[in-house]
Write a protein that binds this ligand. Structure first.
Ligand SMILES: NC(=O)C1=CN([C@@H]2O[C@H](COP(=O)(O)OP(=O)(O)OC[C@H]3O[C@@H](n4cnc5c(N)ncnc54)[C@H](O)[C@@H]3O)[C@@H](O)[C@H]2O)C=CC1
Ligand SMILES: N[C@@H](CCC(=O)N[C@@H](CSC=O)C(=O)NCC(=O)O)C(=O)O
Ligand SMILES: [Zn+2]
Ligand SMILES: [Zn+2]
Length: 378
């Protein structure tokens, strides 16, 4: 069949809207009509050329929602008409990682996914002249139709609006899940969130859900203060506005001291910037003895994190999280229920809705710090 897509033709170039060929789903695969897709900072990261796994031409996008159109041979758990959310972290329930119960990082198809291919080592997309187009994060949601393996689709309830629940395909689940699954934040905790964008605000709403007492937001953009407060942030720091000679780490340590605890430091911190210097601050602002810092941000090829080992010797813990530690087919339908039951908010974070033809404006809005989430509807 033919479908419409925004194709990443080369690193650093705007996406090009074009008709593309899409082959039928093969064994264990499913053809989906994408109804809506968010634009995540990770799409921008890959388009910029900073992603060591970036491959072009490709169809980016990994935060979608849509409807099953056709199932390939052997598909057992889905049928045409089902509403689904694509999963860049699949859940096969059979691989050593899934069976370990220690991680959400299913390894069933990770190798081919990283090469922009379906599990059989081929691509379903091509240009009209036959040039292959690569898949992205196993999802490629910047296309009106796409093909995914069955194990990379979460079936969700049919009354949930596509233009909101697409955000559960990455940002919401990552932010809320980092708090509930990865950090296991307890009621009364003091936490810091670095970077109040589409992920950081969801960390804040996760912290609120977990009952954290003190939620400090850090961002270079003052407009993010109001955004953070909207979801439960209690204090805001713009590092650029600190008095000369005061570091963000010192400011946080001072803010978290009490007459009883004169050491200070956050119980938990979350990096949602992808900046390795920020990651260091995020670790070092946590409490001696027990502070946990969770890395969510994705850093460019070649970037490395550093700190004095003494920071770890004295009990601070550095952790990372992908997709908020969520097991997609199991957890995503539950998060859709949370949204439908009013337990979590999504609507205010969707700041812009655009047709596919204007998808590049979504990237411009992100660069300008003017959007939380821009969502493309088909
Ligand atoms: N680990 C995972 O599973 C996932 C990771 N990510 C990554 O999370 C990061 C955040 O993504 P989004 O929220 O969509 O991006 P975004 O662009 O919406 O937000 C980033 C925020 O960080 C702020 N910021 C930038 N530099 C800063 C600094 N030095 N100090 C303080 N604040 C700073 C910006 O002003 C902005 O508010 C990206 O690196 C993205 O690739 C996104 C989704 C899932
Ligand atoms: N390809 C990059 C790493 C990109 C990355 O870390 N992706 C996250 C999800 S980010 C979503 O918006 C992830 O799930 N990572 C786990 C994985 O298996 O990819 C690189 O090579 O640096
Ligand atoms: Zn994402
Ligand atoms: Zn698995």
């Amino acid at each position: 069949m033919r479908t419409r897509a925004a194709v990443a033709v080369a690193a650093g170039k705007p996406l090009e809207i074009m008709e593309v060929n899409l082959d039928d789903p093969k064994e264990g695969e499913v053809l989906i009509e994408i109804k809506a897709t968010g634009i995540c900072h990770t799409d921008e990261f890959t388009l910029s050329g900073a992603d060591p796994e970036g491959i072009f031409p490709s169809i980016l996008g990994h935060e979608g929602a849509g409807v099953v159109v056709k199932c390939g041979p052997g598909v057992k758990t889905l049928k045409p008409g089902d509403h689904v959310i694509p999963l860049y972290t699949p859940e096969c329930r059979e691989c050593p990682s899934c069976l370990s119960r220690k991680t959400n990082l299913c390894t069933a198809i990770r190798a081919t996914q990283g090469q922009g291919l379906m599990p059989d080592g081929t691509t379903r997309f091509s240009m009209l002249d036959g040039t292959p187009i690569y898949h992205y994060m196993g999802c490629s949601t910047f296309a009106q139709h796409t093909v995914l393996p069955e194990i990379a689709l979460a079936k969700v309830r049919e009354d949930a609006p596509f233009d909101k629940i697409c955000y559960i395909g990455c940002g919401v689940t990552t932010g809320v899940g980092a708090v509930l699954n990865t950090a296991n934040v307890e009621a009364g905790a003091k936490a810091v969130v670095f970077g109040l964008g589409g992920i950081g605000l969801n960390v804040i709403q996760g912290l609120k859900l977990a009952g954290a007492d003190m939620i400090i937001g850090v961002d270079l953009n003052d407009d993010k203060k109001e955004w953070g407060e909207r979801f439960g942030m209690t204090h805001f720091i713009n590092p650029k506005s600190l008095p000369e000679g005061t570091s963000v780490v010192q400011a946080i340590v001072d803010m978290t001291k009490t007459p009883f605890d004169k050491i200070g430091g956050a119980d938990y911190s979350f990096d949602c910037t992808g900046n390795v210097k920020v990651m260091r601050d995020a670790l070092e602002c946590t409490h001696r003895g027990w502070g946990q810092s969770i890395i969510i941000g994705v850093a460019p090829a070649g970037a490395v994190i550093e700190t004095r080992p003494f920071q770890l010797v004295t009990g601070r813990v550095w952790k990372g999280t992908a997709f908020g530690g969520a097991r997609g087919r199991t957890d995503v339908p539950k998060i859709v229920d949370w949204y439908m039951d009013g337990k979590i908010e999504i609507d205010p974070m969707i700041t812009h809705i655009l047709p596919l033809e204007r998808i590049n404006e979504g990237f411009d809005l992100m660069h300008a710090g003017k959007s939380i989430r821009a969502v493309v509807v088909f």
